[in-house]
Design a binder for this molecule. Structure first.
Ligand code: FPP
Ligand code: MG
Length: 271
């Protein structure tokens, strides 16, 4: 066998061992409680590109998408039912127009790719939802997002919420406006809103509140991301840049969640 053949065989054995080890770790993890909903604030893509001398405005975000696919696969294997991704905050529209276009093009490319995967049956039960002010996005992206939501609608496995053109302040304004319009349409002139009515019109109403929020890139802020829904969530931050987030970071965050479970439950009862 030549050297290339030997390397190929060695990497096959290595990947097989890594798979086995991962499955074993996840089984151990499942002996404790698993967060019902994990939210990810994906930060640090551009720093990653700079650090690794990657060329192109979307290079860091492309590397970030590889992390997205790995993290989603891990969550699926661990058995997390709901995952939310902060893919594009409303404030991100303030970036250079070229970068905004690059990011939008990249997301469109990935959404269209995911549509193809869904059609060929490769999504295996995954449901995808887009949350945010979708009207502020271009027609082609809106149509692709709508299509992906429709074709995965019946899936009952992992539910992924992709937050695009999202921020909680807009989400609340949207929900209050919609609730008022609905009440006025019902002919009730005296509009008194209930909390449950507002919550019904939140962009992220399809998912329960997150149990665990993981933020990469060294920041300790929520950056207007699900601030309404995370008052009782555990916030885990890591200095790892989003494209660097790996298996161990996720396992570590879940172990921390398990370790603080008692404390979190006690707090939730008291609030
Ligand atoms: C923050 O890093 C990251 C973003 C604004 C974009 C995240 C998007 C992806 C990873 C692609 C996801 C696509 C889909 C369809 C889910 P940053 O740009 O703020 O980097 P920095 O903090 O280093 O400046
Ligand atoms: Mg950033």
């Amino acid at each position: 066998m030549n050297t290339r053949g030997e390397i190929g065989e060695f990497s096959q054995i290595f990947n097989g061992l890594m798979d086995l080890m991962r499955r074993f770790i996840f089984r151990v993890l499942r002996a404790g409680s698993i967060p019902n909903h994990i939210s990810f604030i994906m930060d640090g893509n551009r720093r990653f590109a700079k650090r690794h001398n990657l060329k192109g405005l979307d290079a860091g975000h492309r590397a970030g998408f590889i992390s997205v696919t790995c993290v989603l696969q891990y969550c699926k294997e661990i058995g997390v039912p709901y995952v939310t991704l902060y893919a594009f905050g409303f404030d991100n529209f303030k970036r250079e127009p070229e970068e905004v276009k690059c990011l939008m093009d990249l997301m469109l490319e990935k959404v269209e790719l995911t549509i193809d995967q869904a059609i060929s049956g490769n999504l295996k039960g995954v449901r995808v939802i887009f949350a945010g002010d979708l009207n502020s996005l271009n027609e082609r992206f809106r149509a692709a997002a709508q299509r992906l939501m429709e074709i995965t609608e019946e899936n009952r496995g992992l539910m992924i919420v992709v937050c695009v053109a999202y921020c909680t302040s807009h989400e609340i304004v949207h929900a209050v406006r919609e609730s008022c319009v609905r009440k006025c349409d019902d002919g009730d002139g005296n509009v008194v809103l209930e909390l449950s009515e507002i919550e019904e019109y939140m962009y992220t109403s399809a998912v329960p509140d997150p149990d665990l929020v993981i933020r990469t890139g060294g920041g300790d802020r929520l950056s207007n991301f699900m601030t309404w829904q995370t008052s009782k969530s555990l916030l885990h931050t890591t200095a790892a840049l989003w494209p660097e987030l790996g298996l161990w970071h996720l396992v570590w965050a879940i172990l921390k969640f398990q370790r603080l479970q008692g404390y979190l439950q006690k707090k939730q009862k008291l609030d």
